[in-house]
Design a protein around this ligand. Structure first.
Ligand code: ADP
Ligand code: ZN
Length: 535
């Protein structure tokens, strides 16, 4: 929901005819809503009506004072917004919401849903659990990338149990007026107690719940909010039938106090969907789409490994848009393919004028990635190579992905490094010069090499130790020796990958020339066209 305008119009509630009423359209900001709620608490007769977009209407019988105070508040909010201190636009009104989403709307995530069933049962019939002396967790942490369906899952629990769903985002608690964060947490729980049984959903909890520090300013404000949250979590009893669900992508960042027993002591990880999950999600969102008979949902699922639910729904929507723009009667497989590309590599930029020199450089660079990958045992097959810029990339090499994997071996990672460096090496080998075009490859490669050593314990020198730290300074804790060693090991992995890529490209210098020239001529070449060069 977004913040709307600041225009005002009021409704007289006692007037019967709709057109006689005056309606105040107020911006849907938290401060406003709180103000109106406070007025209500004072016994003023006001009705809040939610509008489709970022507006709320106020219906009131003694509106004059409210209008004037509301106007003042508007000014305050505008001033804060100008200073960049206002809310970020997505403000939940804190009004409870009956969720009509059920588990059926959540595709895949079978085990996760299974785990949530006891929560649903508890919300429905708390007595049964209490008689048995069973304690249900008060707080559950849902961990996972954005778009994996954490909010959807929380809503579905509320929908299944038919209880209200109150939601707020962690970022709304901070960057506000001093002290407001904590008071908002208090109000949130007050409201929940009135509505219980119910679900509180706190999105982006890391915004308030990251580790407490002793610093001042915004951080101490943040600490107050976090402390209030801890107090509230401890304050309600497990028979209060309130379940607090919180979502984060970075559980390791959270203050440990939040994870203690009686608080968020249960964690559920929501991973991006596997092949079957993706197929189910695509089926849900495909229902409203006009597909041609040639569309095979399964094969779309195969081509979208690693996509989140949100990205999948995005792909189908983009495909519908592309099909419309292309004046197709129905969505065609190529519309889907374009949409997948758009979501992964960004929008095709045909309008950008590229110099011949840049084109040539990109052609060798991308050909380098593709050829090097082709000679690596564990590398994925090339799907498409292109020198048409997309998003931030000047060109791209796409790989076929049709397998969901949970574990990656050391060899695979080493070969990934080689393939990543293939672009830079090709520039060097073919043009005897290097460019900035490889910066992203180098960033990814260095991060991968680093993770191999400090996260996965894959360096023989350092051994199977996890040196995973949030702040590189923390590595010092292990002594400078280890720190130096990590640096040397990263260097060694990258150097080895670089030499291996150079070997492959020098041995296949002719192929590099052929593929690069084909790219310059056609701009995009398919897997089949690429393979032709190797028969
Ligand atoms: P998160 O809270 O994890 O960032 P959301 O729950 O907001 O993600 O998901 C964003 C959107 O993606 C949902 O509204 C829904 O359209 C879609 N989506 C994500 N996961 C699923 C799923 N498992 N089943 C159906 N739709 C999903
Ligand atoms: Zn590259």
């Amino acid at each position: 929901m977004t913040v709307g305008s600041t225009s005002l119009k009021l409704i007289y509630k006692e007037r019967e005819k709709e057109e006689d009423k005056e309606r105040a359209i107020i911006p849907n900001t938290q401060a406003f809503i709180e103000y109106i709620h406070d007025k209500k608490a004072e016994g003023k007769e006001i009705n809040l009506e939610q509008k489709s977009s970022g507006f709320m209407s106020v219906i009131s019988n003694n509106f004059l004072s409210i209008v004037s105070t509301a106007l003042m508040l508007t000014v305050v909010i505008m001033v804060f917004k100008m200073q960049g201190l206002g809310d970020k636009g997505k403000v939940y009104d804190g009004v409870e919401n009956k969720s009509n989403i059920t588990f059926e709307d959540v595709a895949g995530l079978k085990e996760e849903k299974q785990e949530m069933i006891e929560i649903v049962d508890f919300l429905k019939e708390p007595d049964r659990f209490q008689k048995m002396g069973a304690k249900i967790p008060k707080g559950i942490l849902l961990c996972g990338k954005p778009g994996t369906g954490k909010t959807l899952m929380a809503r579905a629990i509320a929908g299944e149990a038919k209880v209200p769903f109150i939601s707020m985002s962690g970022s709304e608690f901070i960057e506000m007026f001093a002290g407001l964060g904590a008071s908002r947490v208090r109000k949130l729980f007050e409201k929940a107690k009135k509505l219980a049984p119910c679900i509180i959903f706190i999105d982006e909890i890391d915004a308030i719940g990251s580790r407490r520090t002793s610093s001042s300013g915004a951080e101490s404000e943040n600490n107050q909010t976090l402390n209030q949250l801890l107090v509230e979590m401890d304050g309600f009893e497990s028979n209060d039938t309130i379940i607090v669900l919180a979502a984060t992508n970075r559980p390791e960042m959270l203050d440990k106090a939040l994870l203690r027993p009686g608080r968020f002591d249960r964690q559920i990880t929501i991973a991006p969907p596997d092949l079957k999950g993706r197929e189910e999600i695509l089926k849900i969102y495909g229902k409203e789409k006009k597909f041609s008979d040639k569309i095979d949902i399964k094969s779309i699922a195969e081509d979208t490994a690693g996509f989140t639910g949100a990205e999948l729904s995005n792909v189908l929507n983009e495909a519908a848009i592309i099909a419309t723009v292309n004046k197709h009667e129905e969505i065609q497989p190529e519309d889907i393919e374009d949409a997948v590309k758009k979501v992964t590599v960004g929008l095709q930029k045909t309008s950008r004028v590229i110099s011949e020199k840049d084109k040539k450089l990109t052609a060798y660079h991308e050909a380098g990635h593709a050829i090097v990958s082709r000679y690596l045992a564990t590398s994925l097959d090339v799907k498409e190579i292109s020198i048409i810029p997309r998003g931030f990339a000047g060109g791209y090499t796409m790989y076929k992905t049709n397998e969901d994997k949970f574990y990656v071996s050391k060899t695979e990672m080493e070969e990934k490094l080689i393939a990543l460096l293939g672009g830079r090496v090709a520039e060097k080998v073919a043009l005897d010069d290097i460019s900035t075009g490889a910066s992203n490859d180098l960033e990814v490669a260095t991060k991968l090499a680093r993770d191999m050593i400090i996260v996965y314990g894959m360096s023989d020198k350092i051994g199977p130790i996890s040196l995973k730290v949030d702040d590189p300074i923390e590595l010092e804790f292990y002594g400078h020796e280890i720190e130096d060693e990590v640096g040397k090991e990263i260097r060694r992995l990258i150097d080895e990958a670089y030499s291996r890529a150079t070997e492959i490209l020098k041995a296949n210098r002719d192929k590099l020339e052929l593929v690069a020239n084909a790219l310059l001529e056609k701009e995009t070449i398919t897997a089949e066209e690429f393979e032709e060069f190797f028969v």
